[in-house]
Design a protein. Structure first.
Length: 388
């Protein structure tokens, strides 16, 4: 999926993508709330744009907010607005996104990351259509906004765990659009590759490179854990670096070159992947990518913030892969986060930030603290520090 010049469209002719296109058209005819589900990078935002563009509201604003990218303390102000003096830094009245989008659509991405308090505020708005700016005492204002939400979380599981309100889930899940992962529509890969090649050659005003057969086969067999977003980034990198030349498999990113065969999995004595009959290709790929990232950190002495954090924030890395990187480190550090900070080339005072980041994104790995193995780049004299 992609869009050019802000006009969204689906790329692909597989049966599953044609079915999604039909569901989008049906959803656009109504004003019902839409919940878009699917893996990170699969194309949930493009799906939301399509629903808006095909609806009667297409001439009105489409406002997007990533609920995971805004601290909870600011999310209420972003959605509902605030009045001057309502909190430190509120130097003027500011309308919220719901008010700004009046008559149009609000797309709330990563809605599953909302706190329970914000879930309660969102539920009240969905039930009444009324908003009240933070710090305002006058009567609430009613707005006419269509709400489209997206999440890569399994919300029923979060409901069962008490992390997501059941009443809000049913309020949001009126129309459900599931965006398939790229692994579910591999027949679309050739068309997507050609589309992105043409798009980026034109965007960067560069000659279009030729993909050698070995590189093309690897692109077609890679599992694409980052879905269309990962493919898009890989193709853009190819176009920019090739300058019209022939791209061979050696020019592909390491995480694509290391695509394991079906059944590949855990490690042998050298720390490299070995085949295991019971592990899925997707899991084996995530393991290979995690080990490549871990090697960049430990052998190349790159920072965790650069190698893992930035890729995750850009949605080029899944939670599962990040957990695997953390687990690899903890296995060598004896479960000690104090040693892990040093291994990841962070300052000692960054341990709290690291643990907080991993906890926020459900990537905090717990294991018993034991005597660590000898680890390159870490000091074995550092005192034991474990996660509370």
């Amino acid at each position: 999926m992609s869009f050019v010049d802000k006009s969204p469209f689906l790329v692909g002719s597989s049966e599953i993508i044609r079915a999604l296109d039909a569901e989008i058209t049906a959803a656009a005819r109504s004003t019902a709330k839409v919940l878009i589900t699917g893996e990170s990078g699969a194309g949930k935002e493009i799906t939301a744009r399509l629903v808006h563009e095909r609806s009667p509201r297409r001439h009105m604003p489409l406002v997007t907010i990533n609920c995971a990218g805004v601290p909870d303390s600011l999310l209420e102000s972003e959605l509902f607005g605030h009045v001057r003096g309502s909190f430190t830094g509120a130097y003027r009245d500011k309308p919220g996104l719901l008010e700004t989008a009046n008559g149009g659509t609000v797309f709330m991405d990563e809605v599953g990351e909302m706190s329970l308090r914000m879930q309660a505020l969102l539920l009240r708005f969905l039930e009444t259509g009324e908003i009240q700016r933070v710090g305002e005492s006058r009567e609430p204002v009613r707005v006419n906004v269509r709400v489209i939400c997206a999440t890569n979380r399994e919300l029923p599981a979060r409901v069962a765990a008490g992390d997501f309100r059941e009443d809000l889930y049913y309020r949001l899940n009126v129309v459900n659009l599931h965006v398939p992962s790229l692994r579910e529509r591999v027949e679309d890969l050739p068309e997507l590759i050609e589309h992105f090649m043409a798009e980026f050659a034109e965007r960067h005003r560069l000659p279009r490179p030729t993909i050698a057969e070995d590189a093309r086969q690897r692109l077609l067999t890679h599992q694409w854990p980052g879905n269309v977003r990962e493919l898009r980034n890989v193709i853009e990198r190819m176009v920019v670096r090739a300058h019209g030349a022939i791209v061979h498999i050696g020019e592909l990113p390491a995480d694509v070159r290391l695509t394991p065969h079906a059944g590949a999995a855990s490690t042998n004595g050298n720390g490299h992947a070995k085949t295991t009959a019971h592990e899925s290709p997707v899991s084996a790929l995530a393991d290979a990518v995690a080990r490549e990232l871990f090697t960049r950190i430990t052998a190349n002495r790159e920072s965790f913030w650069h190698v893992v954090h930035d890729a995750f924030v850009a949605r080029d890395l899944t939670r599962d892969t990040m957990r695997r990187v953390v687990r690899l480190g903890l296995e060598q550090c004896g479960g000690n986060y104090g040693l892990l900070v040093e291994m990841f080339h962070l300052r000692k005072d960054e341990q709290k930030r690291l643990v907080g980041f991993l906890r926020k994104h459900d990537c905090l790995v717990s294991m018993p603290v034991s005597r660590p193995a000898a680890v390159a780049g870490t000091s074995r004299t550092q005192p034991t520090v474990s996660v509370a």
